[in-house]
Design a protein around this ligand. Structure first.
Ligand code: SF4
Length: 247
């Protein structure tokens, strides 16, 4: 057995890794982003993007470090046409060279969502087969992934930290403490192309059946799964037992 295969068989990160990295990178989130994308000590790193309302900021930051960053984009089959066009346009605009469009497994769809109505009676199950499963498969071989979650987005995300453990991997949230005003300012300073649906009243954009307009004063994610006791899709499992699921 080679040393490489031994390294692959063992989780790269021990139980205290996230805490130690949070101490090392305290107040230096963008250094953490640059290092995870360039330092081999972090292993294989991918960035997961929904090409949604705020995605341009993180993609721009990553592209300035490496345009060949692997970008994982889950195309659930239910995304808005505007999001698909935005993903293509933004990838071209930033010169991203490794954007991977992920799709649900067709056999699974045929057995579990043949009529394409699962979102209407079992959104958790729909997210599992259309988001969680494709991403899980794509993350095989990666040691760390980068997420665009922000603490201000809703109460479930209020306690986000820079590094989080997630199973055998680590997750990096470089924008965890950015305010909506900081995001807006960064996007304006760098003239980042906006998602076209933001101007139409969608501050958070997911799949078309599960995304509605948000009224003034509402939580920015209030339009996601409106009417359901659900605010996350399951991609972001709890980092500690007892925490609510978060996305
Ligand atoms: S957001 Fe809605 S349509 Fe999209 S995968 Fe989840 S339940 Fe299905």
């Amino acid at each position: 057995m080679t040393s490489a295969s031994v390294a692959r068989a063992e989780p790269r990160w021990g139980p205290g890794a996230a805490g130690a990295l949070n101490d090392r990178y305290s107040g230096r989130a963008l250094d953490a982003l640059a290092d995870t994308l360039t330092d081999p000590a972090f292993g294989a790193t991918a960035l997961v993007s929904s090409f949604g309302a705020d995605s341009a900021v993180l993609l721009h930051l990553a592209a300035r470090v490496r345009r060949d960053t692997p970008i994982l984009f889950v195309e659930t089959g239910w995304l808005f046409a505007e999001t698909l066009r935005y993903a293509e346009d933004l990838s071209r605009h930033f010169g991203l060279t490794d954007v991977r469009w992920l799709h649900p497994d067709q056999t699974t769809l045929d057995t579990k969502d043949l009529r394409r109505l699962r979102w209407s009676y079992d959104p958790d199950g729909c997210c599992d087969i259309r988001k969680v499963d494709p991403l899980d498969r794509a993350l095989t071989g990666f040691d760390l992934w980068i997420s665009g979650r922000k603490s201000h987005q809703n109460r479930a995300r209020a306690q986000l930290s820079l590094f989080e453990p997630q199973g055998t991997r680590l997750k990096l949230n470089p924008l965890h403490d950015w305010s909506s005003e900081q995001l807006r300012q960064y996007a304006a300073n760098h003239k980042l192309p906006p998602h076209p649906l933001v101007a139409e009243g969608y501050p958070s954009i997911g799949c078309s059946p599960c995304t509605s307009r948000v009224q003034p004063g509402e939580d920015p994610r209030a339009g996601r799964w409106r009417g359901w006791d659900k605010s996350e899709c399951g991609i972001h499992v709890p980092s500690e037992p007892g925490n609510d699921p978060v996305f």
